[in-house]
Design a protein around this ligand. Sequence first.
Ligand code: SF4
Length: 243
Amino acid sequence: MHDESNIRMTASDPPVHPAAAGPPAANTFPIGAVMATLRKTMPAYMQPLVDQMGGEGATPFHILIATILSLRTKDTLTAVVAPRLFAVADTPATILALGEERLAELIYPVGFYRTKARSILQICRILLDEYGGRVPADLDQLLALPGVGRKTANLVLTAGYGLPGICVDIHVHRITNRWGYVQTKTPDATELELRARLPPEYWIEINRLLVTLGQNICHPTSPRCSVCPVAWACARVGVTRSR
Ligand code: SF4
């Protein structure tokens, strides 16, 4: 059971928009009803790249490398570059054999492609030396890999292995704060808040649903609140301009 009961009104209640009422206390936010609405409405939009890959049977190694490539890079570009790399090399041993110059060439022009090429090679070396060429299914072991932060590690666990995790990227951080569901300054703090408060049944899918909402409707500047399917629940914290 979640908090849908909190949004029921009696006949005498005036219809107060949440934005006018200010941020709701987090424990009164109707997360169950909001997630149900997003489950129904978000499939109509283009899905985030890494989730598409997870759905198409990509290995945890593919998810790991594609997520690293996607950092500070548009999904549309990663969608071209990741398959181009995997067509040439898609295991730790074959990527390591490419060497830094060739790998950088193959992943150009993703953001920070030289740094990412170095990190990917270091990761491949560690996977071969310490994990028999497999990607570990453990948050702490993933976080110990070079260039792997909490977003990437959680995405490998959820999209790669189907294990519980909450992948908080800029979209999840921005939107859950706009809703008033959390009040945090950084994605890492948002992840900790969500781990304490978000019902486990939503952990894996919140990233896919909120990245889709963020890419299509709840943009960083001037979100499209007039067409947002969860506007009825959103406190619009910090939103000064919208469409
Ligand atoms: S688009 Fe507007 S109403 Fe919808 S979640 Fe974002 S800020 Fe809230």
